[in-house]
Design a binder for this molecule. Structure first.
Ligand code: 3EB
Length: 316
């Protein structure tokens, strides 16, 4: 959120580093086990214009103001523990907190855990994660209004981690005309569909409008395009983001029309050796625009084994 920091308080501080750790005992300040490609420390900081308080519920640390709650959960997943159970347990904690604290509307959630494309008990861990998330949703969820925007990425070190934004009032769901909604994916991608929206548009008080774009990849319809070609996947991914932003402008009156108006892109690259190609492509993509987003490059595993790159974004 872009505010004058002298008048703000911090909802969250997130570092992208080698290990998943909490940085405070009583606040959602933490590191994700996803190093930046250049191994320089970068901090993502969530500011609030309203006064912020902090709380703890089971293993969740959270911050909140009158409109929004930011939560963080880190579970030290034990070797051999099934990710399906960990995921169900984690989402149960999330929904219990949202109910107790009365911030019922999940807007945006990030899910990070290791070995996302590896099998466990004969199923890929990403698919098991989706099963656990769905099991918690079936019992506790209120996604009838709309699922949150989401990211699910494989980390390079241990620890199951998620963090999220939830609000007192709902956001608006935005889907992409080029893509089948993920919650309607056919069964070839796993026994349950991933429960997320392509993006959420949130109108905050004070007339601020934010856009939270989910992890977006080289998927058209429901199929992966351009296997083994990172630059073609990147171009397709940017076309998906352009299409989503344009659709948001037309249907939900988003103030931006093109990706160059976004505030931040976070680029997840599976193979660090693709970084220089990806960076130069994106640099020239935005080169002739009056505006361009800040871009953070991190190394992580995309949740379909045939995807080499994924990009999420924020307009704030
Ligand atoms: C896709 O479009 C890519 O399971 O929460 C992207 C963002 C993806 C979030 C999730 C999955 C998730 O299907 C995969």
């Amino acid at each position: 959120m872009m505010t004058d920091t002298s008048e703000s308080e911090l909802l969250a501080v997130i570092g992208f580093a080698d290990q998943a750790v909490r940085l405070a005992e009583d606040k959602p300040y933490f590191q994700v086990a996803m190093p930046t490609i250049d191994h320089q420390m970068h901090w993502e900081v969530w500011h609030s214009t309203l006064p912020v308080s902090y709380g703890r519920n089971q293993q969740l640390l959270y911050s909140f103001n009158d409109e929004v709650l930011f939560g963080h959960l880190l579970i030290d997943e034990k070797v051999g523990q099934n990710i399906e159970q960990v995921s169900e347990y984690a989402y149960k904690q999330v929904f219990e907190l949202l109910k107790q604290a009365d911030y019922p509307y999940l807007l945006r959630i990030w899910n990070y855990f290791p070995a996302i494309n590896q099998d466990q008990d004969e199923m890929e861990r990403y698919r098991l994660f989706c099963l656990g998330r769905q099991a918690a949703l079936d019992v506790h969820g209120n996604f009838a209004y709309s699922p949150p925007a989401a990211t699910a990425i494989g980390t390079l070190d241990h620890g199951f981690q998620l963090y999220f934004l939830a609000a007192k009032q709902p956001g608006m769901q935005l889907e992409n005309p080029r893509q089948v909604s993920a919650f309607l994916y056919p069964r070839q991608y796993g026994p349950v569909s991933p429960a997320f929206s392509r993006a959420t548009v949130k109108q905050w008080s004070g007339d601020q409008q934010h856009l939270y774009i989910s992890g977006t990849a080289s998927i058209v319809g429901h199929e992966t395009l351009h296997q083994n070609n990172v630059l073609k996947q990147l171009a397709e991914t940017m076309q998906n983001i352009e299409s989503l932003v344009e659709h948001g402008h037309q249907t939900l009156h988003l103030p931006i029309m093109k990706a160059c108006g976004l505030s931040l892109l976070k680029v997840y690259i599976r193979d660090a050796s693709d970084f220089s190609l990806v960076k130069s492509w994106l640099t020239s993509y935005f080169a002739n625009q009056a505006l361009s987003p800040a871009i953070l490059y991190v190394q992580g595993d995309v949740c379909r084994a045939d995807l080499l790159i994924e990009i999420e974004a924020i307009y704030a």
